[in-house]
Design a protein around this ligand. Structure first.
Ligand SMILES: Nc1ncnc2c1ncn2[C@@H]1O[C@H](COP(=O)(O)OP(=O)(O)OP(=O)(O)O)[C@@H](O)[C@H]1O
Ligand SMILES: [Mg+2]
Length: 424
């Protein structure tokens, strides 16, 4: 199994090289896709419980009763012709625009008049982009959970591929943690976000037909107005192993710094790969540093390598804690999270299951008021080992990223399909 981890743009070079411009598939035509069959979803969490026979053909996927097939014109008017000032984000595959639709009819609405949506318009052509777009439609058309972003529908129109999501007003965790000038996230919000994200991953892993997410990272954790976190981007999601097998073998894809080392080495994908990525995000939340930081030198570039020696030592832990927290966190809480992160990034066999990770996080007594981080409230809990500090104020609204130049072309030439988290 070759190592095809990708540079930040979602490009699989081996597949792209075969892609023919104009070869986009027409809906309802039979197509090969890597989607699982007989996906049965039962949910232990508060969400819909469904037993689904996952369709095999593209046409079946696109005719999901949960999704609306939007026309390109509808999305053009919903986003005011994809105006630059409607742009709210950009990833390797697409631009994300804010738009408005009518809540009842889901037809386009005047700005401010209907329900806010986020429209992702893929900028790539070719098979890999289409495959991930279809995978997203397939999974989010069937999986429903409070910690997964809601997909309202999609649009396929000649070369255009679009996805229509619920709008997440606070944008991505990545923007809050790393964007210059962003108001720092309080400790409580960090714990809340990690708990919500753990709930989303646990749902995927504990479903009767397991789903491995494969792209867990700060930019794929989106936040609503109350800092509830939801997972987005199911383009790389994969059905878990069936029968006696404990892993699925795949081409290695994901994002540098987040992908588990044993997966990179062998192509064997298990739920423990998601647990590793979760551990990396915990480290980002603790330290305020990116999974890979090319502005640093040597061992400091890779967050896991840099942080690991400090995680098991209460007296040294403060050295890696995010200075933007200004010491306003529970020391015992931080140590618990660091120990959990340490287990998540450890040897695959010894990593905890996501359900265990979730229950450890839920035991942290820091969740009060995490949904209103702007309250300038000072609270202390007497006789508690967990000191609770004042909450921070004035969170900025979600970031608007400036569109990058044309990162795909350059990455396609030189990079394998793992994304560098700093390729922006
Ligand atoms: N549903 C949404 N609501 C609000 N903002 C969103 C939504 N979806 C995406 N965004 C914004 O758009 C940005 C780009 O998202 P996108 O998923 O295209 O790329 P990414 O996750 O940053 O990178 P990658 O290409 O590796 O997936 C996000 O970081 C977020 O700020
Ligand atoms: Mg994303």
């Amino acid at each position: 199994m070759g190592n095809c981890l990708r540079a930040r743009p979602k490009v699989d070079n081996s597949l792209r090289s075969q892609a023919t411009p104009g070869a986009a598939k027409v809906p309802n035509r039979k197509a090969h896709s890597s989607v699982p069959s007989n996906l049965t979803i039962t949910n232990r969490e508060k969400s819909t419980s469904e037993s689904l026979l996952t369709p095999r053909t593209e046409g079946d996927i696109l005719s999901s009763p949960h999704l609306k097939a939007f026309t390109f014109n509808e999305l053009r008017s919903a986003t005011r012709n994809f105006r630059p000032d409607s742009l709210i984000g950009e990833g390797g595959f697409g631009y994300v625009y804010k738009g408005w639709i009518d809540e009842q009819t889901l037809g386009p609405a005047r700005p401010g008049a209907g329900m806010v949506i986020a429209v992702k318009k893929l900028k790539t052509e070719g098979q890999q982009g289409h495959k991930e777009w279809l995978s997203e439609v397939n999974y989010l058309g069937q999986l429903h959970h409070p910690n997964l972003v809601k997909l309202f529908g999609y649009c396929v129109d000649a070369q255009n591929r679009l996805l229509v999501y619920e709008h997440m007003p606070k944008g991505s965790l990545e923007n809050h943690l790393f964007r210059r000038g962003a108001q720092p996230l309080s400790w409580e919000v960090r714990i809340k976000v990690s708990t919500d994200a753990a709930r989303g991953l646990t749902f995927l892993h504990e479903s009767e037909q397991q789903v491995i997410y494969r792209d867990f990272k700060a930019s794929n954790i989106l936040l609503d107005s109350e800092f509830n976190a939801k997972l987005s981007d199911f383009g790389l999601a994969k059905a878990g192993p069936t029968g006696d097998r404990s892993y699925v073998t795949t081409q290695v894809m994901g994002t540098e710094g987040y992908a588990a080392p044993e997966y990179i080495a062998t192509g064997r994908l298990t739920t423990k790969c998601d647990v590793y990525s979760f551990g990396v995000v915990l480290l980002e939340l603790l330290s305020g540093r990116r999974a890979v930081d090319e502005t640093k030198v040597g061992d400091e570039q890779n967050l896991v390598d840099w942080a690991r020696p400090y995680l098991g030592d209460k007296r040294k832990l403060f050295r890696i804690m995010d200075t933007k927290l200004e010491g306003q966190y529970s020391q015992r809480g931080a140590y618990s999270v660091a120990s959990l992160a340490f287990r998540c990034i450890g040897e695959a066999k010894l990593r905890p299951a996501m359900a265990d990770v979730l229950s450890s996080l839920e035991k942290l007594p820091v969740l009060r008021n995490a949904s209103s981080p702007s309250k300038p409230e000072r609270r202390t809990v007497s006789n508690s080992p967990y000191q609770i500090y004042p909450l921070r104020s004035n969170y900025p609204s979600s970031a608007k990223k400036t569109p990058r130049g044309s990162p795909l072309a350059s990455h396609m030439k030189s990079q394998p399909p793992i994304k560098s988290p700093q390729g922006r």
